[in-house]
Design a protein around this ligand. Structure first.
Ligand code: SME
Length: 158
């Protein structure tokens, strides 16, 4: 399923009254199944205390269920308010290993303008698994999730 189809599916399920939690799980599953290079796909949610907490995910369980802003690839993406595409995680100093098999990682922020709510984090066993088109696709799904966060946390996540 491509990103446009995933967004259409999310919109349809939202119109049917699915909860935000169910829609986030669905987004993770459809994204995870959309690309054979995605070996771990999950959402980290930003809390007001400055930590990212693990939400729905598919792939190997991780020790990193809570990550301070500024730490690792995930925390750096929030600290610098930008998506991060790491072609080879072995070249990073501030990498938090989820799986020893991971070679590349993509973090795409779920945001509205300057306001960051969460992020989609994807790990691949393949080096340089994420081309610009892949990042664009993940961004479309992230953008489709942003209104859910906006609606459930007015004024809470900054
Ligand atoms: N590698 C991430 C930690 C999360 S796991 O990949 C799921 C990081 O460096 O922030």
């Amino acid at each position: 399923m491509n990103a446009d189809a995933i967004v259409t599916e999310l919109d349809a399920m939202r119109a049917q009254g699915w909860s935000a939690a169910s829609l986030k799980e669905l987004a993770v599953r459809l994204l995870h199944e959309s690309n054979p290079r995605f070996h771990w796909t999950g959402i980290y949610e930003l809390f007001p205390d400055g930590t990212l907490r693990l939400g729905p995910f598919l792939g190997a369980p991780t020790d990193h269920v809570s990550i301070p802003v500024g730490r690792g690839v995930c925390g750096t993406a929030v600290a610098e308010a930008r998506n991060i595409n790491v072609p080879d995680v072995r070249e990073l100093d501030n990498y938090l290993a989820c799986s020893l098999e991971t070679r590349s990682e993509l973090v795409v922020l779920i945001r509205t303008g300057n306001r960051i709510y969460a992020q989609i984090d994807i790990d691949s066993h393949q080096p340089a698994a994420f081309d610009p088109g892949t990042e664009e696709s993940v961004q479309k799904v992230a953008d489709a999730l942003a209104p859910l966060y906006e609606a459930e946390n007015p004024g809470q996540r900054a």
